[in-house]
Design a protein around this ligand. Structure first.
Ligand code: NAD
Length: 460
């Protein structure tokens, strides 16, 4: 479950050999360490000149102020800063109304791409292209998506490029200073988004709040994580506990021993339960309320694969995957949404997969269930809005776990490299995205899916 190739190509002698042979040379990614700086160098905020780009000035002001945790060294121009290694470039394009408006800021971005620090971040902030926009406005807005996805493919040294897209909300246009814009910006700038690349995250309301502490955003919250005995689920439970939540870990009785180990490590409680049981939702709520006094966050992580070409698929192979990966989640959510215990800005975060987006040979059953998860959160989110709740999905690409360790070596090696970061993600990378969606700062992001896939080229 580890990628020895990364350490080889980053070693002295073996690294030089890999360079001479023209082999892919993935970088060691910057990952979250409590207390480490948010970014690795000064931040350049582009978009209008000072005074003429109101949104860019507002974002620059927030970054300087320390509102995102660290008071950052922010510049509004790269002029005269030829020796600077930039920790991040934030390109604020929310006021662009015609594709002509892109030329100056994007050329400025191009001018500093060779001066990025390792693990640097490029983040755009723009508005969604809507059908009732003037054609030129929709053109520039949609064009920005293309820029983000292309720049992400050009970055090296573990740097990533992502975008925050603001859409119109019932309560008016979402401002660039909305809590979830700041939350998404903090996430994309930080090491928490190490394996998120080339992605656009939509903020659809001014809901949510920025946390009192960015290190403990889940203080006072009770979270349930299914499938938490190992792999991604165990990492999610550990990350939510790190962020301050009390955590209930759920898994099948057969995994009871490792489940208890995870629960002990994070001072949480264990609930042995098959999530396909008809009363699983009620059991989860009862346990969380009895042991921790409430239930605020549910992470549907438990999932299985039973890969077969559709021509060879047996009914039970199809049915078992759909039963665990989607039907159980739908049933549990129905119980949650009817419960008076799940009404304080609740959060549902579901594990989808890039297979549910791009499809994958041998995985019609799995892709149906994971595509199903994406549809489910889109329709569940609005049902939670009245209580300040949101439902979102995280779609991992290729992650180093026992699930992917079973893939034959050659297929696994190819799958690992076919993304912009040329490596697989780690369970913690998925866990960080889940923790962000579970946080108060994600209250304005609802019904969406975020890929944690290093911008992979095919379905995982
Ligand atoms: P894993 O197989 O290592 O762990 C899954 C856990 O879910 C296990 O502990 C298992 O016992 C538990 N589980 C299965 N059925 C259950 C049931 N009926 N009730 C309760 N618990 C049950 O898997 P993983 O790689 O850690 O994946 C976690 C999630 O992420 C899954 O939903 C998976 O589909 C998704 N995912 C993983 C990858 C990847 O690359 N590993 C990629 C995309 C999506």
């Amino acid at each position: 479950m580890s990628d020895k190739y990364i350490s080889l190509v980053n070693g002295g002698v073996t690294g030089n050999l890999a360079k001479k042979l023209g082999l892919p040379r993935p970088s060691v990614l910057r990952r979250q360490v409590t207390g480490a700086p948010l970014v690795t160098g000064p931040v350049l905020v582009l978009g209008g000149t000072v005074g003429s780009g109101k949104d860019a000035d507002a974002v620059a002001q927030i970054l300087v102020s320390g509102e995102l945790g660290d008071a950052l060294d922010v510049r509004r121009s790269a002029d005269g800063a030829s020796s600077v290694r930039w920790g991040a470039v934030v390109v604020v394009l929310s006021e662009a109304v015609h594709p002509d408006d892109l030329s100056a800021p994007v050329r400025e971005l191009g001018g500093v791409l060779r001066a990025l620090a390792p693990g640097a971040r490029v983040v755009t902030i723009s508005r969604a292209a809507l059908a009732d926009d003037a054609p030129a406005v929709a053109a520039v807005r949609q064009g920005i998506d293309g820029i983000v996805r292309s720049v992400a493919k050009e970055l090296r040294g573990g740097a990533t490029g992502n975008g925050i897209v603001l859409t119109s909300a019932t309560d008016g246009e979402v401002p660039v200073t909305a809590p979830s814009v700041l939350g998404a910006l903090q996430f994309f700038l930080s090491a928490k988004s190490a394996f998120v690349d080339g992605q656009l995250l939509t903020v659809s309301s001014s809901g949510g709040t920025t946390p009192a502490s960015w290190d403990r955003p889940l203080e006072g919250r009770v979270a349930v994580v299914t499938g938490a005995a190992r792999g991604i689920g165990a990492a999610i439970a550990t990350t939510l506990a790190r962020d301050g939540a009390k955590v209930v870990v759920v898994d099948v009785p057969a995994a009871g021993e490792s489940l208890a180990t995870v629960a002990n490590q994070i001072r949480g409680t264990a609930l042995q339960l098959d999530i396909t049981a008809p009363d699983a939702g009620a059991k989860i709520i009862d346990h969380a309320v009895a042991r921790h006094g409430g239930i605020d966050i549910v992470v549907h992580n438990a999932g299985i694969t039973r890969d077969k070409l559709l021509a060879n698929m047996k009914p039970e192979t199809w049915d078992s995957v759909l039963a665990v990966n989607i039907a159980a989640q739908l049933r549990i959510n129905e119980t949650l949404l009817a419960s008076p215990a799940f009404v304080d800005q609740p959060r549902i975060v579901s594990l989808a997969s890039t297979s549910g987006i791009a499809g994958n040979r041998g995985q019609t059953n799995y892709a149906a269930s994971k595509g199903g998860v994406i549809g489910m959160v889109r329709a569940t989110g609005p049902l939670m809005a009245a209580t300040g709740g949101v439902a979102n999905a995280v779609a991992p690409g290729f992650i180093e776990t026992e699930m992917t360790a079973r893939i034959p070596f050659a297929t696994r090696e190819v799958a690992r490299r076919l993304n912009s970061l040329q490596q697989a993600g780690l369970p913690v990378d998925v866990a960080e995205a889940v923790a962000f969606f579970a946080s108060p700062a994600a209250g304005g992001i609802n019904g969406t899916v975020l890929r944690v896939c290093g911008q992979n080229l095919v379905g995982a």
